[in-house]
Ligand binder design. Structure first.
Ligand SMILES: [Zn+2]
Length: 230
């Protein structure tokens, strides 16, 4: 913590990196459709009214985290991962403009790493631009760029704490298994507002999962925290 002189104030700003969850929102096509039912409403006409929704969707819906259990039998669940592992310094790797279905390999990651810098214990956030295409289109559902297994191994070798991507999946089963065996924690379905690309890294990233007991993953609210001295 920096020393503060009397009267000096620390101001904080949050940049939201999440995707919204709503009825029939885009999601992994292998999962059940997202269903939100309004089960109580002020329109009910009752003497005293409430508004409430019932949520029916897979635990890996919207912006969410993957625990090792998601891919690895006997892997750690959310309960086994200290909450503070889900925050830390982050770098955004800017892959905007990358073609559909393009593999994000170890070589590509190496190219994006600023010379002489480290990713030790950091989150690497892969910005492909697919977060801006989020509809149930063929392109968004099936043609996203993806992290290759050798890209996953590169993150393991470089001791990354986690990896995020602006799509419903970081990559295939082998990519998930390679990341989660360490584990390099996974955050999926990010959304990058354009302003983040003007920020100097490393950035302060938080993606706290909601408290679902022994689950393989959970929705989270991924954010960047910007702290300025005023
Ligand atoms: Zn997931």
């Amino acid at each position: 913590m920096a020393q503060r002189s009397p009267g000096e104030q620390l101001t904080m700003r949050i940049i939201d990196l999440s995707q919204p969850v709503f009825n029939d929102c885009p999601n992994c096509p292998a999962h059940p459709p997202v269903q939100i039912d309004i089960i109580d409403s002020h329109a009910s006409g009752a003497a005293e009214t409430w508004h409430m929704e019932r949520l029916t969707f897979a635990s890996h819906t919207g912006s969410h985290v993957d625990a090792p259990l998601h891919k690895l039998p006997n892997g750690k669940s959310l309960d086994d991962i200290p909450l503070d592992r889900w925050q830390g310094p982050a770098r955004i790797f800017d892959f905007r403009g990358i073609p559909a279905r393009h593999p994000i390999s170890a070589d590509l990651l190496n190219e994006r790493l600023p010379r002489g810098s480290s990713i030790h214990d950091m989150f690497i956030l892969l910005a492909t631009g697919w977060g801006w295409k989020r509809t149930k289109s063929q392109e968004w559902l099936h043609d996203a760029p993806f992290l290759t297994q050798d890209g996953a191994a590169w993150l393991v070798e470089h001791n990354a704490r986690g990896v995020g991507i602006d799509h419903w999946s970081i990559g295939d089963a082998a990519t998930h298994a390679t990341l989660l065996a360490r584990p390099v924690l996974i955050v999926e379905e990010l959304h990058f507002p354009p302003e983040v690309f003007a920020l100097e890294g490393p950035l302060e990233f938080w993606a706290l999962p909601i408290h679902l007991r022994a689950h393989s993953g959970a929705p989270c609210r991924p954010v960047l925290v910007i702290r300025d001295q005023a």
